[in-house]
Design a protein around this ligand. Structure first.
Ligand code: NAP
Length: 487
């Protein structure tokens, strides 16, 4: 249920986000971290209503939502802890000599108010109180969140929890603004507003690209960090395939159908080399997928898009159905695996497009050179997975090298679904998986997106931000006169 806001109301909320931004810029890093923990406490205190509302709006199972709530809280806490340590301040101090050599000191500060758009498939972790909101506030930026049309009531409950946390902490409510309405125009108004200095988005390619174009074509262009998903190729190399036929078929189908395939890291494309092992593997895939029962998708629009994309794929020439899952009701999503040849794939660009849901495509390549051609044809990916032995990789260094150019996270075995919230995570790859491959939207490093460097030249100590003062009151890691110092 939308809360329909007028343009004036939306404008007022965006304008007020400056109050929140100025507050965040004035408080210490330690206080900012405490504020983030206060928001985490407030989310933690939310009861059953949050879970049951999200379940009703998204059709996601209760245990999954309970886990996602905990993940969301952990995101706030881990980002807060990184902020407290000054991990993102990158303080650099070149002391002057009081004469000809100037005193020059640099640190990272917040960009300004940030617009955040959530995704339908993670109503907590990538939505209202998700990683983008937590990382923007961690960078000292206020947030204006655009309500998600797929889970408006869930968004409203989360928004209230954030504001309650802020008020209890003694911070202005304007640190977090919330806007809503029933058309794209609401989000567009947000992105073009001159107060907004950056945008974070997770969702469809169409939505992300539209908002990227708007943000970068403003009179004052701003960065738009859009995460738009990918097909996440799995490269099944010969020795591994031969040694792991049954286990790998089951592992692949589990990952492909996990969460009704509604993950941006869903492994929608599997490349393998022709031969007896692959023939057996395809039969095993068909057996495994035949065990998967159809399921309800996030909302009717996504279900319709999935069904249309699947039927479009099956209508392409030289694409064959290898097997599909159990169908019980027309409105539910049926899992499927299709197969085609590398030659067909290379001649039809539609086959490399993401199908958001539990459908995979196996591409048969003549040899590793042809596999490299298929990989080379693909756009940037969030992940690429090698299903390989070390020997397989050693014999196919060309694929290993090429894959590094194409993705943000390269896996050696395992499956790409499941994105850990850790420092080492890179969730973001070359375009079109995201609009800026230099940054991640998961893990504490997500904070970096909303910072810019600022140098102070020859300023007296008392005017400098705490990160740059002589005494290092925060005891953070800095580079002082070319020496890395840890206090
Ligand atoms: P979406 O349709 O792209 O919407 C995400 C957010 O952006 C919503 O708040 C939406 O609100 C807004 N928006 C979309 N297009 C816009 C435009 N042109 N101008 C202004 N605002 C716009 O994504 P979704 O709802 O999460 O899922 C739909 C599709 O996205 C799926 O079918 C799937 O293909 C893809 N998806 C990708 C990921 C991923 O991780 N990359 C995750 C989930 C879904 P309004 O529509 O109200 O304006």
């Amino acid at each position: 249920m939308y809360i329909e806001m007028s343009n004036e109301q939306i404008h007022g909320i965006i304008q007020d986000s400056l109050i929140g931004y100025n507050y965040l810029q004035e408080i210490s890093l330690a206080k900012r971290a405490d504020l983030m923990h206060a928001i985490a406490d407030s989310i933690d205190a939310l009861g059953e209503e949050l879970i049951t509302t999200a379940q009703a709006e998204s059709a996601l199972p209760i245990p999954r939502l309970q886990g996602e709530k905990q993940r969301t809280i952990n995101q706030w806490r881990s980002y807060a802890n990184a902020v407290r340590k000054g991990v993102y301040s990158e303080a650099r101090i070149d002391k002057g000599d009081g004469a000809s050599k100037a005193d020059i000191r640099k640190y990272n500060k917040g960009l300004g108010p940030v617009a955040v758009f959530g995704a339908s498939n993670f109503p907590f972790a990538f939505s209202t109180a998700g990683g983008d909101t937590a990382s923007a506030i961690g960078a000292g930026c206020s947030v204006v969140f655009k309500e998600h049309p797929g889970h408006p009531k869930t968004s409203q409950i989360m928004a209230k929890a954030i504001v309650d946390g802020l008020v209890k902490f003694g911070a202005p409510a304007e640190v977090f603004g919330y806007i809503s309405g029933s058309s794209n125009a609401v989000g567009e108004q947000l992105v073009v507003h001159p107060i907004i200095k950056a945008v974070a988005f997770t969702g469809s390619f169409r939505g992300g690209k539209a908002l990227f174009d708007l943000g970068t074509q403003r009179n004052e262009p701003i960065p738009v960090f859009a995460e738009m998903g990918s097909v996440n190729p799995v490269l099944a190399l010969p020795q591994y395939l031969e040694q792991n036929l049954t286990a790998f078929a089951s592992q692949y189908i589990s990952s492909l159908t996990l969460g009704v395939g509604q993950f941006c890291t869903n492994p929608g494309l599997l490349l393998a080399i022709k031969g007896e092992s692959l023939d057996q593997f395809k039969l095993l895939l068909a057996q495994e997928i035949a065990k998967v029962t159809d399921a309800v998708m996030l909302h009717a629009g996504i279900a319709k898009a999935y069904s249309e994309a699947k039927s479009h794929l099956s209508n392409q020439s030289d694409v064959a159905l290898l097997g599909d899952g159990i169908s019980t009701e027309e409105s539910r999503a049926v899992a499927a695996v299709y197969g085609t040849s590398a030659t067909t794939f290379l001649g039809n660009s539609l086959l490399g497009e993401e199908i958001f849901g539990p459908t995979g495509l196996v591409v048969e390549c003549a040899d590793s050179e042809e596999m490299a051609l298929v990989l080379g044809k693909l756009g940037g990916q969030l992940t690429i997975t090698f299903a390989a032995t070390a020997e397989d990789v050693a014999q196919n260094k060309n694929l290993f090298t090429l894959a590094q150019e194409k993705c943000g996270r390269l896996l050696f075995n395992g499956m790409p679904t499941g994105v850990e919230v850790v420092y080492g995570m890179q969730h973001g790859g070359p375009y079109p998986s995201t609009t800026d491959s230099r940054f991640t939207s998961v893990g504490p490093d997500a904070v970096k997106r909303f910072l810019r460097p600022l140098s102070f030249q020859n300023w007296p100590n008392e005017f400098l931000p705490e990160e740059l003062q002589n005494e290092n009151p925060l005891k953070i890691e800095r580079i002082v006169d070319n020496q890395r110092t840890v206090e």
